[in-house]
Design a protein around this ligand. Structure first.
Ligand code: 6GU
Length: 242
């Protein structure tokens, strides 16, 4: 997969790509990321990429010309998914990440200031994505979030391929608690079932804990699930204890 990023602050993105799983998948050839400065496509002598909004109001708008020429120089075979990172976009979810991970070429447009000229959105943007209901100062960090989330599900990214499928959200529930050694820390003990070696009981305990956490932190996720009687019983004990 190839990802081209158009940004006003490429230096926010480039260093983060040089670490961990993102570096490994790039070194293995599974992912190519190029980060470009949109200013390289500015046409005037001041290299300006933004301008005042028609109709007035606060904030600056990214001009159409640099974005049109940058995208046409990067999208030579016209088959890229041109993604605009914006708080007005479709909320990013794990299924959307997995769908996007199957694409061959993404061009990510990072906004700054008030936004981009609407003609860019209409004519060249194919997907608009938001990473959550809050406002960032620019799309660079959102682009990084998207690249990280996609990178880790690409084939070969995780040493243990299964671990991506055991993730929180791959089963529509939040993750269960985890423990490592020591078995007792400052008097706080690891739940006994985890030391029992009884795989069936461990699996049951983990599922129950995942269910309880989801009910406490993200009850909205349970609306999408058909819960078994056993699962409903677990949630009932939660209600009685709180
Ligand atoms: Cl994609 N961009 C900005 N600027 N703010 C955001 C966002 C994106 N997603 C959530 N907030």
């Amino acid at each position: 997969m190839k990802v081209d990023v158009l940004a006003l602050f490429p230096e926010i993105i480039a260093p983060a790509l040089q670490t961990g799983i993102l570096k490994r998948i790039q070194d293995a050839g599974g992912l190519i990321v190029n980060v470009y400065n949109l200013r390289d496509w500015a046409t005037d002598k001041h290299k300006s990429v933004d301008d005042y909004p028609y109709g007035g109001g606060a904030g600056m708008i990214l001009k159409p010309e640099p974005l049109f020429s940058a995208v046409s120089s990067l999208n030579t075979s016209s088959d890229a998914n041109v993604v605009f990172l914006t708080p007005q976009g479709t909320p990013l979810t794990q299924p959307l990440v997995e769908a996007m991970s199957l694409e061959a070429h993404l061009i990510l447009i990072c906004g700054r200031y008030k936004g981009i000229d609407e003609r860019v959105r209409q004519q060249i943007v194919t997907t608009e994505i938001s990473i959550g209901d809050y406002v960032l100062s620019g799309g660079e960090i959102a682009a990084l979030v998207l690249i990280d989330a996609i990178g880790r599900v690409l084939p070969g990214a995780l040493g243990d391929f299964e671990s991506a499928h055991e993730d929180s959200f791959s089963q529509d529930l939040l993750d269960h608690p985890h423990y490592t050694r020591p078995a007792e820390y400052e008097g706080i003990e690891v739940p006994e079932v985890l030391l029992s070696g009884h795989h069936e009981n461990i699996k049951k305990w983990r599922h129950g804990e995942a269910l309880k956490r989801t009910a406490q932190h993200r009850p909205d996720l349970l609306q999408n699930l058909e819960l078994s009687d056993d699962e409903l019983d677990i949630l009932k004990t939660l209600k009685n204890s709180s």
